[in-house]
Design a protein. Structure first.
Length: 236
């Protein structure tokens, strides 16, 4: 497993120079996500996984007490502070990470976890490793807002793009067969920018396996990709 995860992390080297950013696409609904986040992150200690060029970090800064941003790529590569602003170091700390351990973050320190357009690029094994380690970093009752990839939802809402996956997989005019293959390969070999179509059921399985309580399977803010809201349980 360690070799697999090491290869997966290496696949990110050098990509998305200048910092990955998601655009304000109608189906992605970034404005809607921002409106949702306002109420959940206010005055909290937030961990953002895969901050890239700081698109979400810049927005969250004005609402949080503290924001820890982690990314496989360096702040210079992502031009993070150039976009976010050096003055925002008053609340934001950036950590370039080397694995999924999150050793840079103290245990029991996080109130809220946010990740968008990141877990879709991580295999099922990698996601499991993240979820296991996040449990230690989160306070009791902490909530987690994580977007990932689900082929069924994607095909339902962006049928015009099915042809891309048909070409990649060599399966044509059989959506069920294509979806099954994408899900079966959600733990496959990495390559730069790869999407892992883990699916809602597999993601929920991992969350529950590592002790989380599911608040909502899919917030359905993003019309193309699922966003699951879940929680580290309260102490009884």
């Amino acid at each position: 497993m360690k070799n697999k995860l090491r290869a997966e992390i290496s696949s990110f080297n050098g990509i998305w120079e200048g910092g990955f950013k998601t655009g304000y696409d109608k189906k992605r609904n970034q404005k809607g996500i921002e409106e949702y986040l306002k109420k959940d992150i206010k005055n909290k200690c937030v961990l953002e996984i895969g901050c890239g060029g700081g698109q979400w970090s810049k927005f969250m800064h004005k609402y949080v007490n503290n924001l820890f941003c982690v990314d496989i790529l360096s702040e210079d590569h992502n031009q993070f502070w150039k976009y976010v602003g050096e003055e925002k170091k008053d609340k934001i700390k950036y950590y370039q990470i080397k694995d999924f351990s999150l050793n840079e973050i103290e245990n029991d320190s996080i109130d809220y976890v946010f990740s968008y357009d990141v877990f879709c690029h991580i295999s099922m094994t990698g996601q499991a490793e993240y979820l296991k380690n996040l449990f230690l970093k989160c306070k009791n009752s902490a909530q987690l807002f994580i977007m990932y990839a689900d082929a069924v939802k994607y095909f339902d809402n962006e049928p015009e793009h099915i042809c891309i996956q048909e070409e990649e997989q060599g399966i044509y005019n059989d959506n069920d067969k294509l979806i099954n293959k994408l899900v079966q390969e959600c733990d496959g070999q990495p390559y730069p920018g790869r999407w892992y179509w883990i699916g809602i059921d597999n993601f929920i399985y991992l969350c529950e396996k590592y002790g989380y309580h599911i608040i909502q399977r899919d917030l359905n803010i993003d019309k193309t990709n699922p966003v699951t809201l879940f929680q580290k349980p309260k102490l009884i």
